[in-house]
Design a protein around this ligand. Structure first.
Ligand code: GDP
Ligand code: GDP
Length: 465
């Protein structure tokens, strides 16, 4: 069927195919993407009569867009059979398949069958959870993770929501230049389910230094910068610091955010302590990695824990810096005591990377940025779905989920929805009733098995009742 397409000028363009059940919104998406550019519709009688096809432009790139809607009628009698028959030839030449589901209706057995078939075709697939408008939309869209085709994109074609993201995703996924699909083997090595490419935004790692007043943050910053860019000491307003400064290490640029926050000393109406927490909040929001700086001679204070909790709540990646190490006498005891206090107060900080140094003398500071880089890697890590589920089965058979109101929770499937911080979704029945200690059992297990020390881990529970 592919060969009988008329040779029109659009035929070297990357091919994007919209597939899915009837009524999920394929035509609406097609029309949105095509906009007014209805040129080059291939309507050769007999061959492509029922296939809506058009050239479209996304982010300045021309694509050939094919809508498989309306082909269902002529095909075999089961719904999946019709979906498959209508899509087969189109999917066979796709550079990207937009697999559309209805976020409101949820995932149906036909969707699941079709997803399983799609996975075997070895074509790049982006799952679109359409009809995801409004506040519940994103949550409903989450269910589409269970298709094992990577992160779904929540959109509302009718309301025009998420279309800019959709165009961006398409532009990122289609090949540069002419279509690759007809050259690519039909069954490419399958990527592990749910595993995705590195979606890290390019650019510098964003780092914040937070901690209580006098912990030595400014001294540390000066040390990292290798010059007296900031003046340390009690006098406020001595320098007008830029809001962020750039550092470079072996691996590239690092942007230190909100360095001005370091200089904001307490105002008269604020206690020093309160001040350090509010300044931390601002810095945290801008940062990816946070260095929580302690004065090691003073041990851990409630204020430090409060900041640590904020870091955890914001899902940031944390490195614990024990400063003024030059003034610490019993170093092993001190290090262990501080680590214990942090880890017992905050289970999510288990295995947190700790670096001890003296910002004043510079001793040990060279370990700090490599530790930041490693922590950042962990925070960005993705666990393949296959591995995850093998581990998951082992965990569940070792400790079956508890009875809730006399009924056992059914746990089916786990997938990593995103990184930064690592976020997992667990599917099953009545999962939302899972007791906290069982959740902790799973989170601690994830941390150990997949080597995710010191990063917040999110476990989201999805299930029917
Ligand atoms: P197709 O059969 O997959 O091509 O689906 P259509 O594009 O014809 O859409 C089916 C129905 O869903 C129509 O009534 C659309 O108006 C509706 N629809 C499409 N997109 C959305 C959306 O984002 N939100 C809602 N609520 N309805 C939508
Ligand atoms: P900030 O309020 O967190 O920015 O702390 P500063 O950098 O202004 O440092 C507070 C005080 O601690 C200053 O008097 C520094 O000289 C001192 N200090 C900073 N780092 C060290 C260190 O590594 N060892 C010792 N002994 N003192 C330090």
């Amino acid at each position: 069927m592919t060969s009988s397409f008329p040779p029109d000028p659009g035929h070297d363009l990357p091919v994007v195919v919209i597939a899915g059940r009837p009524n999920v919104g394929k035509s609406t998406i097609f029309n949105r993407l095509v906009g007014r550019r209805q040129a080059l519709v291939a309507d050769t009688p007999g061959v492509t009569r029922d296939r809506k096809e058009s050239e479209a432009v996304v982010r300045g790139r021309r694509i050939r867009l094919i809508d498989t809607a309306g082909l269902e009628e002529a095909a075999p009698d089961t719904l999946f059979g019709r979906m498959r028959a209508s899509s087969e030839s189109a999917v066979g030449m796709a550079d990207l398949v937009l697999f559309c589901v209805d976020a409101r209706a949820g995932i149906t057995p036909a969707d699941e069958h079709f997803a399983a078939w799609l996975r075997r075709q070895g074509r790049p697939v982006l799952v679109l959870a359409n009809k995801a408008e409004g506040r519940q939309g994103a949550a409903a869209a989450m269910e589409a993770f269970s298709l094992g085709l990577g992160a779904p994109l929540a959109i509302s074609a009718e309301h025009g929501e998420g279309l800019a993201d959709l165009m961006g995703e398409i532009a990122d996924r289609i090949p540069d230049g002419p279509s690759q699909a007809r050259r690519a083997p039909r069954r490419r090595e399958e990527r592990e389910e749910g595993e995705e490419e590195d979606t890290r935004p390019p650019g510098p790692l964003r780092l914040a230094i937070v901690g209580r007043p006098n912990a030595g943050k400014s001294t540390l910053l000066n040390r990292l910068l290798g010059e007296e860019r900031m003046i340390t000491g009690p006098e406020p307003g001595l320098t007008r610091d830029s809001v962020s400064v750039m550092l470079h290490d072996d691996e590239g640029p690092i942007q230190l955010v909100d360095t001005a926050g370091l200089r904001r000393k307490a105002r008269i109406d604020e206690t020093l302590e309160k001040m350090s927490v509010s300044a931390s909040i601002e810095a945290l929001k801008m940062a990816e990695v946070v260095i929580l700086t302690l004065d090691a001679t003073l041990g851990v204070h409630e204020q430090d824990l409060q900041i640590a909790r904020l870091i955890e709540r914001e899902g940031r990646c944390c490195v614990l810096a024990l400063n003024k190490w030059d003034a610490v006498t019993d170093r092993n005891v001190t290090r262990q005591a501080i680590r214990d206090r942090i880890e017992t107060s905050l289970s999510q900080m288990r295995g947190i990377p700790v670096v001890a140094f003296s910002a004043m003398t510079g001793a040990g500071v060279n370990k700090l940025l490599p530790t930041v880089r490693r922590a950042y890697e962990v925070w960005n890590r993705r666990v393949p779905t296959g591995e995850l589920n093998r581990w998951f089965e082992m965990m569940v058979s070792r400790h079956p989920p508890p009875l809730v109101q006399g009924r056992r929770l059914k746990l089916r499937y786990i997938t990593q929805a995103k990184s930064r911080p690592p976020t997992f979704i667990l599917f099953g029945t009545r999962t939302e009733q899972m007791p906290e200690d069982y959740q902790r059992y799973l989170v601690n297990g994830l941390r150990e098995e997949f080597d995710l020390p010191g990063t917040p881990i999110r476990l989201l529970l999805r299930g029917s009742n």
